[in-house]
Design a protein around this ligand. Structure first.
Ligand SMILES: Cc1cc2nc3c(=O)[nH]c(=O)nc-3n(C[C@H](O)[C@H](O)[C@H](O)COP(=O)(O)OP(=O)(O)OC[C@H]3O[C@@H](n4cnc5c(N)ncnc54)[C@H](O)[C@@H]3O)c2cc1C
Length: 330
């Protein structure tokens, strides 16, 4: 049996020093994903560094700057927070759709954002994988999802990735030598082998979301094979903003879980700009979204069945975002 160091420092400074001292060490937050990966021997850290004693890491603050979340904030606290629910409905919907309450009691927002990708061919036991050629993520030269492809198509199934992107979150990243801020769009690498751009020893030390402008509305939907205890097969996060005349001034839609980063569909939404929202407008727009997501992601994960799911639910997402934008979300 290999020896595993476990550290629980009181401060961020100490945590960063320990991460630097033990190359190959990993942060453990709630442990709801990392420990599963360790049991399957998919991750073999030299040491675990828990952030649970770093006090400022569990805070939820609202101020003129927006919402500030410490990375160790457990998901259950976000779920019970009325202001998060009211101000950032897409984030709230994503959080409550994740797993089941006992897991959300333990799981943290930082751990969700830093979640590794998942793949039916990779997240298996060693015995199961013996019958398969090693894939890119295991150090081999093939992706079993797209055998003619040249990259790992592990899926980023983290529920909060789409909502944090649509709300333009900004992350604080700390390393032993500096603290920097990083817009969320620069956080996801698009590489299934390592889906975020954190360097070894770096820690997500905070997440800030600016307050949405007036006239903005957003919504989240996820589809999974079973209703509970199942990762998304596809998820959608959409947002619109209405100008003072009630016309659409901006619209965004992210399709998640079909590849290593959320895919932002843009072309299909151009005809929305300047229009007065209507049921017909949403259904016309929804028709082009799945095809564009397939082209952008180049991922066979978006099967014809899931494309139909995307079409139907794009319409619903925009209806919901419209209700939010006009303050009629009941
Ligand atoms: C049965 C089951 C169902 C699940 N269903 C879902 C689901 O539907 N959707 C979903 O998104 N997830 C799901 N999960 C996965 C997991 O529970 C969540 O993603 C959770 O939010 C992970 O948070 P955690 O605190 O437990 O992270 P951990 O497991 O502790 O860590 C996850 C990763 O993040 C890194 N990390 C954590 N904090 C930081 C930080 N501050 N800075 C840098 N790196 C950090 C860790 O090193 C690790 O690599 C499920 C898990 C289980 C067991």
């Amino acid at each position: 049996m290999t020896r595993l160091e476990f550290h629980r420092p009181d401060t961020l400074k100490e945590a960063l020093e320990i991460l630097e001292k033990f190359p190959g060490s990993r942060i453990v937050a709630g442990g709801t994903d990392l420990i599963v990966l360790m049991k399957d021997l998919l991750v073999k850290p030299s040491a675990l560094v828990s952030l649970s004693r770093v006090k400022e890491f569990s805070r939820i603050d609202f101020n003129a700057d927006g919402l500030h979340l410490g990375p160790m904030t457990p998901l259950w606290r976000m779920e019970k927070h009325d202001r998060i629910k009211g101000t950032f409905p897409a984030l709230f919907q994503a959080v409550i759709s994740l797993a089941v309450p006992p897991i959300r009691n333990q799981a943290t927002v930082g751990g969700n954002l830093c979640l590794d990708t998942k793949c039916i061919y990779y997240n298996q036991s060693r015995v199961w994988k013996r019958a398969l050629t090693t894939c890119f993520k295991g150090g081999g030269k093939i992706c079993h999802v797209a055998p003619s492809g040249k990259r790992c198509l592990g899926g980023l199934v983290a529920e909060t990735a789409g909502p944090f992107s649509i709300y333009n979150a900004v992350l604080t990243i700390a390393s032993p030598r500096n603290v920097r801020t990083l817009p969320i769009e620069d956080f996801f690498s698009g590489d299934g082998i390592k889906p975020n751009t954190l360097a070894p020893g770096e820690v997500v030390a905070g997440i800030r979301i600016p307050l949405p402008p007036s006239g903005a509305g957003a919504a989240y939907y996820r589809f999974s094979t079973r209703k509970a205890l199942e990762f998304s097969r596809v998820n959608l996060t959409g947002a619109i903003c209405l100008d003072e005349r009630g016309r659409i001034s901006s619209a965004r839609l992210l399709v998640g879980a079909i590849g290593p980063a959320p895919v932002e569909v843009r072309k299909s939404l151009v005809p929305l700009i300047g229009q007065v929202p209507s049921e017909k407008l949403w259904s016309e727009t929804a028709k082009g979204v799945a095809g564009e997501a397939v082209r952008l992601s180049r991922s066979p994960r978006l099967t014809p069945h899931l494309q139909a799911v995307v079409t139907v639910n794009t319409e619903r997402i925009f209806q919901q975002a419209w209700r939010e934008a006009t303050g009629n979300s009941a």
